[in-house]
Design a protein around this ligand. Sequence first.
Ligand SMILES: [Mn+2]
Length: 279
Amino acid sequence: MAKPLDTTTRYRTIFVSDMHLGTRGCQAALILDFLRHNDADTIYLVGDIIDGWRLRASWYWPQAHNDVIQKLLRKVRHGARMVFVPGNHDEFARQFIGQSFGGIEIVRNAVHVAADGKRYFVLHGDEFDVVVRHSKWLAHLGDWAYDFALFINTHFNAVRRFLGFGYWSFSAWAKLKVKNAVNFIGSFERELAAEAKRRGAEGVICGHIHHPALREIEGVTYVNTGDFVESCSFVVEHDDGRLEVLFWGTPFAKLAPVKNPKVADADEPADAEVEIEAA
Ligand SMILES: [Mn+2]
């Protein structure tokens, strides 16, 4: 995973999503390092690159986040084709669909033809997230629910202790949430595979759920770029058309080596009970 510092790997295509620039959780330094050491003829930014939702709530834009944008624009100047598919967090960019900024094409979705002729439908994927689609306020709530739950956990238990009740376990609650999350991921994946089939594509490449994957679902190749906040994952297309999910370190890489903890095993059904952290 970790390359010697002075090497750059070139791919036919790079797909990357969910950088969430403009949030405190954003791994800008890691993204810069990733952009420095990886290049491609075509780069797809598969949504939620800039987090407009959080920026609207409170402005947070350090220099490193600017550097990421500059680095992307520089790649275009040096000849890369760059396609930006806005997601729900950067939906402000959807008003510019069909236009291009600094050579970055902004599109609603795309069809990527791989070197082996295989056609992939490329989209962010929030259109197929039932929570986001049917009630935006609920999605925004979900975004804050985790922070809020941690806050409640601390204060709620102080009150319980004062009243003589036992400790209410946050992790037990989170485990329950994980079971639901696993069901959610499974249905999201099936929906996207079905949509690719409807569009006459052999595969689909998306982001949004922060869960990197590369697997066959009912004859469709389902590919998820994951995210650059927790997984720090991305997808590459090699010169022969072969796709691969790769990881670029993690913020905790110094504590423990990470070996693709979240990539769904091809043999493992999506609804299997797996240990993942609550998103
Ligand atoms: Mn999203």
